[in-house]
Design a protein around this ligand. Structure first.
Ligand code: ZN
Length: 95
């Protein structure tokens, strides 16, 4: 199951529920990449990027997973949304 996640929203200036957008953002920085899964405030749609990979060599990321990030694979996005470990690492509140 997917969790409800809560975090302070920079748009609303208070704690709000954030919803998994199903979209990843991949940012190459030299030979390192950052990958985020984007959540959006349920109320104002302000985005919250949850870190999937941080300053990681692309070779260290399994090729099919990297492809899933780049094509915004819905199932992959959902699986991160169901990972307590991933959500805890990003210090969001889970309910
Ligand atoms: Zn908001």
């Amino acid at each position: 199951m997917s969790f409800r996640i809560y975090h302070r929203c920079a748009g609303c200036k208070k704690k709000q529920e954030f919803v998994n957008s199903g979209k990843f953002r991949v940012n190459a920085n030299g030979n390192l990449v950052d990958v985020w899964l984007i959540y959006r405030c349920k109320k104002c749609k302000h985005s919250l990027n949850l870190t999937v990979y941080e300053r990681t060599r692309p070779q260290k990321i399994p090729a099919d997973l990297f492809e899933a990030f780049q094509s915004n694979d819905e199932e992959t996005a959902l699986s991160y949304g169901e990972s307590v470990e991933f959500l805890k690492k990003n210090k969001v509140e889970i309910r």
